[in-house]
Design a protein around this ligand. Sequence first.
Ligand code: AMP
Length: 301
Amino acid sequence: MSDLLVVGSVALDSVKTPFGQGTEVLGGSATYFSYAASFFTQVRLVAVGGEDFPVEHLDLLRERQVDLTGLQRAQGRTFRWTGEYGYDLNEAKTLDTQLNVFADFSPHLPEHYRRPNFLFLANIDPRLQLEVVRQVERPRLVAMDTMNFWITGKRQALERTMGEVDALIINDGEARQLTQEPNLVKAAEAVLALGPKLVVIKRGEYGALLFAYGNFFFAPAFPLASVLDPTGAGDSFAGGFMGALARAGDIDEASLRRAVVYGSVMASFAVEDFSLRRLTRLRPEEIEERYKAFQDMVTFA
Ligand code: AMP
């Protein structure tokens, strides 16, 4: 089993959707990512929590054998994000972002974290993403995510980080914002010009597009009758995608295509409930069942 290293946020999220709300529930890009990826491979996490981060949240990740040696606890408050969704669940409206302990965080990777096969730079300050890239021996694949907060606030650092990664996994609105290009094919080409060799553009309920090795691949999103909270869909997608690649130990085109479908499978579970609730009820057989259902859904004679 190949191992997978992730740096990103662990958070307390306050989220409101038309179907309910959660206050200071467990969230964060690295949290969703590592939980989803843990169904596929050994995951090691780098992040920082504050003094107020509830310890029982760590048990959830420990139960999934996520290595938390690189999760520091710092003096101060945990990162907090407050967001809201309307009936169009594809776009989160950020109401408040409090970096708190992430503002002064400088990761120092434990020795056994420094040779990962796969590295994911989940959504967080691009300066921190780069600090992690600089501390590891060259992995098979380095991928990253980002969001509007960093595209507008830390553009220069973001471009520097993008220059050092193999893949960008990003949602459609952010791809357009990053490249100033409304057409997604052109946006993907513009991303490739910034450094990455692979691009995955996530389109919420409209599926995900892969641009790799000069070809396109598209997977729809799984049609769900009930979506309660889209928070974490992007990170769970990335967890399924990177986890599946790490498990396969390969990044050829067929493996990438299968990884996009596993990403879509994990995102489809994440949105069925608030916070990590659905993921924590997930059985490994359900992942394979839904993967098969995806296959059936797109097959025609
Ligand atoms: P997504 O998978 O795109 O829905 O990401 C949702 C997660 O991103 C939430 O659990 C938030 O805690 C986290 N998040 C929101 N804003 C930021 C930010 N500026 N930096 C890092 N993480 C963030």
